[in-house]
Design a protein around this ligand. Structure first.
Ligand SMILES: Cc1ncc(COP(=O)(O)O)c(C=O)c1O
Length: 337
């Protein structure tokens, strides 16, 4: 097998890395018998932080290598990826245009959209997510005709380039693990467009083979996530002439914690966000991290993790969703306003 040299991959180093790993002592005491750590990727340093920052480093590195001057990407109006891609582009002096599809906008402007407006990002609205790709291609064609060099980033930054951010993440964990003299047995994170999980699995194969990567589905189709993980890894293997030999049993996507849907806030979800805030002073977004934490707690209570296991939980950012769902949270908390 050819050796893969991460340092040779173009990268725009715009994040504050490594992010800290913190011991969640009170949560560990609460769960009894497992040690829970949190990797604070909400502190990556661009915009409001988050997992997309890591993908963006490699995507923008590739864009710069290709002499791009304008980044085009897509998402919903609440997309964390779009905000982080736009902020990364701003930091590098690149233009950015976003194609955003409608979600339940109701009366409020989502925080991410507001921040994009503050950066004066050019925003193109479309009605449904299925219209986004064609719109991005249309914008790219127009820019090319004007003599510009556009670079399209797919949804969530989840492709064979963006996912390298999470290969790098696992290498970072391997190094921190050595420094801390702790072996992490499990890595749990919220999963969606699959780049984070695909990168973590590839990173595990390359740098930290004994860790078990567990993706908690935030509300997508499980089959789509698994297919996307396989496709991204295959594309990467072809591109880099290497074989990672990922077995199907290493692609663990759990569907059990979606609750009532992607952006539906259950009472259990709010209670879990409150529990972690109360025990650790850490806030989790309800859409991804809250569900991933429900999964972690349930697995611990079911004794999925052998006694004294070290479990690493990803905080992937996105806390602005707490504000976006303020009404629903208050309603579920039966808070008297
Ligand atoms: C806060 C947050 N966590 C986790 C994820 C999931 O990451 P991925 O899309 O790479 O599966 C997302 C994706 O949008 C996200 O915004």
């Amino acid at each position: 097998m050819k050796q893969f040299d991460l340092n040779k991959i173009p990268r725009a180093k715009i994040c504050s890395l490594p992010t800290p790993i913190q011991y969640m002592k009170r949560l560990s005491d609460h769960l009894k018998g497992v040690n829970i750590y949190v990797k604070r990727d909400d502190l990556t340093g661009i915009a409001l932080g988050g997992n997309k920052n890591r993908k963006v480093e490699y995507l923008l590195g590739d864009a710069l290598k290709k002499n791009a001057d304008t980044i085009i990407t897509e998402g919903t109006l609440t997309s964390n990826h779009c905000l982080q891609a736009a902020a990364g582009a701003a930091k590098l002096g690149l233009n950015c245009e976003l194609v955003l599809s409608e979600v339940h906008l109701e009366k409020k402007i989502p925080m991410n959209l507001l921040l994009e407006m503050l950066m004066e990002i050019k925003i193109h609205r479309v009605k449904t997510s299925s219209e986004r790709k064609a719109k991005m291609n249309e914008i790219a064609a127009k820019l090319k005709a004007e003599g510009k060099t556009p670079y399209i980033i797919p949804s969530g930054g989840s492709d064979k380039i963006g996912f390298i951010g999470y290969i790098n993440f696992i290498q970072e964990i391997a190094s921190q693990s050595k420094d801390m003299d702790i072996t992490f047995d499990y890595f749990i994170h919220g999963t969606g467009s699959a780049g984070t999980q695909a990168g973590s699995i590839a990173g595990k194969k390359l740098f930290y083979p004994d860790i078990e990567v567990i993706g908690i589905n935030a509300g997508y189709s499980r089959k789509k996530i698994i297919d996307a993980i396989k496709t991204i890894i295959k594309d990467f293997e072809i591109e880099n002439s290497i074989e990672l030999n990922v077995d199907d049993t290493e692609i663990i996507v759990l569907d059990d914690y979606i609750g009532d849907g992607y952006e539906v806030l259950s009472k259990e979800l709010i209670e879990t966000v409150k529990l972690i805030a109360n025990l650790e002073g850490i806030f989790l977004d309800p859409v991804y991290n809250g569900k991933a934490m429900i999964g972690l707690i349930d697995l611990a209570e079911k004794d999925y993790f052998p006694r004294d296991s070290n479990v690493l939980f990803l905080h992937s950012g996105g806390n602005q969703a707490i504000y976006h769902y303020i009404d629903k949270i208050i309603e579920k908390m039966k808070y008297d306003t």
